[in-house]
Design a binder for this molecule. Sequence first.
Ligand code: ATP
Length: 248
Amino acid sequence: MSRITIDDVTKRFGDTTAVDGVSLDIDDGEILGVVGPSGCGKTTTLRTLAGFETPTSGRVLFDGDDVTHRPPETRNVGLVFQSYALFENMTVRQNVEFGPKMQGVSGDERRERATDLLSMLGIPELADRDPATLSGGQRQRVGLARALAIEPHILLLDEPMTGLDAKLKTRLREEVGDLLSELDVTALYVTHDQVEAMEMCDSIAVMNDGQVEQVGTPREVYESPASSFVSEFVSLDVPDFAFVDGAP
Ligand code: ATP
């Protein structure tokens, strides 16, 4: 995993400025949540990290290395999307082993990584199943295992819990949050759900209209909002949120 820098990135689509001078640092092993209302530029920010969008200006650095103009397949990023399709013609294990196989990782090592990840995610018994037979939550875990199997510089998650029922979301939030911390994963976590971000992330960037209004720990953002926008945005969505002792 790596330290990631987004340095003064602007991305325009025609007359629309989707991302407007955003600078963010993600430390090695840190999970940064990006929250904000629909259309504020969360996904575009994530896509510039993945290499699916080239910034109009600004730079993206992985461990100090400028990757701004490098294509996605050379960046070694793990992607987890809400509807990230699994390869339906492969078993769960083959899905998880696919990325490392493309990277030229040996068969033994691939099998070991897949076995370990499926165990860590609590789904070792699903290894030989076809994706079509899995529930939404199971598919999400396989998607996560597949993204982690390539040992990415950074894991990019875009609304990964959308579409799951509330109970499952709560459980996955805890389990996946713990797992990501345990594995020391560097991650960018895009969500419109503040509670999700506060529970799972080490720090949170609140975006508004293409710009970052505040970056801080969940507690800082919640207790000391830097602007009325942050205050309204955070408090509206988490009226009952309480910090437990030891929360960041
Ligand atoms: P949501 O929470 O609804 O997914 P978001 O915060 O992820 O929103 P983005 O998807 O990054 O927001 O979009 C930011 C702005 O850029 C929006 O106004 C959107 O319409 C615009 N935009 C994004 N991608 C494109 C594109 N390929 N072409 C034109 N405009 C785009």
